[in-house]
Design a protein around this ligand. Sequence first.
Ligand SMILES: [Zn+2]
Length: 248
Amino acid sequence: MYKIQNNRLFWQRLLTVLTLFISTGLLVILTNFQTNATNQNSYQQKPHPLPPTLEKWQDKTNSGDYFDNIQPTKVGYLIWSSFPVKVKIEKPTGISEKQSQVWVNNVLQTIQEWNIYLPLQVVENSEVADIKIVRKAPPLQIEPGSKIPRARSALTTYELYNQNHQNNILSHHFTILLSPSQTGDYVLSAARHELGHALGIWGHSPLQTDALYFSQVRKPVSISTRDVNTLKKVYEQSTSLGWSVVEN
Ligand SMILES: [Zn+2]
């Protein structure tokens, strides 16, 4: 359906920022790259209508949110506007069929959990996927000033591209890497957490009781009211994603 083809170079030049990442672990990686190459006029930001699933969401408990911790990117908030969002789960290889199925089922469960708040659809064809979830070790992370690389349990990255044949609509897609070192409940919590990033919660909660807490906790938690409140607030914001790029 979409391919990063002839315009790819253009975008790579325009957005040296193509990829940002968030990793779970003690240290939050939220990198804001600077680039001078971007023409501001190319990125008009507008809100999209709230998806009905979020519009009807009401928090009667007044649990609050952690929206202040969510980073807008150069193109605004990482908001999906075309639903359902298509998710591809890459079936793991190199482990037993049974283990592979357990892993897929864990990931599927978290997709179903988020599906309550934003319509998601599991697809077989990765070419059409908006979000790809892969069981693969993320690259080691080397922190400034440290010589010891740190292993990451998960890594979520996004890429921007434009749909040439669809009015130059600025679009994004995500790749989620879940480390094979994670098993059982940790797969659930890592997948749940990273999917939260991919759905637009591009930041972390300071509270352990939220799925988007910045660190992995011993006892995995479900998607919290605060997670959903935050997601809803994100979707009320402006973005350049899903809108035509104005060429200058
Ligand atoms: Zn995270």
